[in-house]
Design a protein around this ligand. Structure first.
Ligand code: AQP
Length: 340
């Protein structure tokens, strides 16, 4: 019997998902459903690395769950669940913390960015990549579809898995591979194309959220920062603004960037932006319609309860195996093999 590829990924419930999350990660989540056994998590424990209002966090968890389904994740095919419903994440994170070096964690660029100028940065922010490694290794994931910003964290996950395997045996952890798209892997802020589009950026004009109305989408695209030479050409170094618009256009439409460049030859940024509004709205509108149907439904609660149960079965098997490898625990039965 051939074993199916196990896919794992997650999204933080820190705000409405934006088109960077969608084009970099969620479109991959949907595509991979036909290739592997997919486990998709809403990583609420990551979201509390910076302070969050409890009610707002609860709402955002349901928002992300509904958006997962609205973009096309099928809970019959994929496991959809909330991280804090499965205790193995925190348990494995501690074991991996003990395998990590402070030096390698200090080099993580996301930690450096988010803690810059903060004398008392929360320790959770520092440990974030270790919790992410635990999320992935807990499910024996082979493939992790993510945006390019997570590349360094995937490398750390691989380093930790290999480090432990070298000491305790190759059958301790599955060493995962990151999966990054060509277009959409790194969508930049619309008002500052040198910074990544982010949920937590202050300016609403920096991003397009999947729940934005047409007027907001139009305003953010039409006002997006471009250069003054007016030529529609992909050149990330010298023309980051128009290059970002071309990446978004390509990822939404499925047309290649050279094809789009040719189609707009001799035209100004205004016509590219105007058409991009249309392309983006066409893709986002059906997602919003499905989201509205699901967000307050009982079915959504059932999806998360069922997902937690199914994820819990996999996580428990991994924890029994890993704890045994480390000599932890008081003699619970140990399954052989990789727990799947
Ligand atoms: N700008 C982006 N372009 C492409 N992919 C992106 N991702 C995030 N931003 C972009 C990918 O989306 C998935 C979920 O991300 P996340 O919410 O778990 O964490 P994040 O990377 O920290 O995303 P944000 O939006 O920037 O959130 P905040 O502002 O809360 O930190 C990941 O696969 C990520 O790569």
């Amino acid at each position: 019997m051939t074993m199916k590829t196990r896919v794992f990924s997650g999204v933080q419930p820190t705000g409405n998902l934006h088109i960077g999350n969608y084009l970099g990660a969620l479109t991959q989540f949907v595509d991979l459903q036909n290739e592997g056994e997919c486990v998709y998590c809403i990583v609420d424990m990551h979201a509390i690395t910076l302070p969050k209002e409890p009610d707002e966090l609860r709402d955002h968890v349901l928002d992300v769950a509904a958006l997962y389904i609205a973009v096309g994740i099928d809970p019959k095919k994929s496991i959809v669940f909330v991280q804090s419903d499965v205790p193995g994440h925190a348990e494995l994170a501690w074991i991996l913390t003990c395998q990590s070096y402070t030096g390698e964690l200090s080099r993580m660029t996301q930690f450096k960015d988010k803690s810059r100028g903060n004398e008392s940065a929360p320790a959770g922010l520092f440990m974030y990549p270790v919790l992410m490694a635990a999320d992935i290794l807990l499910y024996d994931a082979d493939v992790v579809p993510v945006g390019r910003d997570q590349k360094q964290h995937i490398e750390l996950t691989r380093d930790l898995a290999i480090r432990v395997n070298n000491r305790l045996g190759e059958d301790t952890f599955v060493v995962p591979e990151g999966r990054f798209l060509k277009e959409g892997a790194r969508i930049m802020a619309l008002d500052d194309p040198t910074a990544k589009m982010s949920k937590s950026a202050e300016s609403e004009m920096s991003r397009i959220s999947l729940l934005d109305d047409e007027a907001k989408i139009k305003k953010a695209i039409m006002r997006s920062t471009t250069d003054s030479d007016g030529e529609i050409r992909y050149d990330i170094e010298n023309k980051p603004g128009v290059s970002n618009l071309l990446s978004i256009y390509s990822a939404f439409s499925g047309r290649s960037i050279p094809e789009i460049e040719r189609a707009y030859e001799g035209q100004g940024y205004g016509s590219l932006k105007k058409d991009l509004v249309e392309v983006a709205v066409d893709q986002i509108r059906p997602i919003q319609a499905r989201y509205a149907e699901i967000r307050h439904s009982e079915a959504l609660t059932r999806v998360l309860a069922d997902g937690a149960e199914r994820a819990g079965v996999i996580a428990e098997a991994t924890m029994r195996r890993v704890k045994d490898k480390f000599g932890l625990g008081g003699g619970a039965s140990v399954p052989s093999g990789a727990g799947r």
